[in-house]
Ligand binder design. Structure first.
Ligand SMILES: [Zn+2]
Length: 129
């Protein structure tokens, strides 16, 4: 007998993940390598591509395609504990993120379609009554 739930589980898992090209800015010089950037990428999701490089305002940055859990908000920065430089903020830029909700930071809906925001608005309206 076939186990139907396994394929539906797989489909649900597929829908809950989104892959985005993620730029890593302000990376310490010695980490500007494929190995260094994949290390950073694994802190925010699962890298699914090779590392590429680009330039912004004359400064080199690295990017990789990273698979994220779409039910979690996207981070806009990442704290790195550097052995000699101390705490460093790595800034993350998502390329062609499509609909990225400015309220909850999740991908796939905009402000008017945000269930979390609508929940708060409903709570506020209830308190006002
Ligand atoms: Zn939202």
């Amino acid at each position: 007998m076939r186990k139907v739930y396994e394929s539906s589980q797989l489909r649900a898992d597929f829908i809950n993940h989104v892959s985005l090209w993620t730029q890593f800015h302000n990376v310490p010089h010695e980490m500007l390598s494929a190995e260094g950037v994949l290390y950073l990428a694994r802190k925010i999701g699962a890298p699914v591509s090779e590392v590429e490089q680009g330039y912004y305002a004359g400064r080199l940055y690295m990017k990789a395609k990273v698979s994220f859990n779409a039910s979690e908000p996207l981070e806009d920065k990442l704290m790195l504990n550097h052995p000699s430089l101390g705490k460093i903020l790595i800034y993350l830029v998502y390329e062609r993120a499509g609909r990225l909700c400015p309220h909850c930071g999740r991908v796939g809906h905009d402000l008017s379609g945000c269930a979390r925001r609508n929940q708060i608005l409903t709570l506020c309206a209830d308190l006002g009554n």
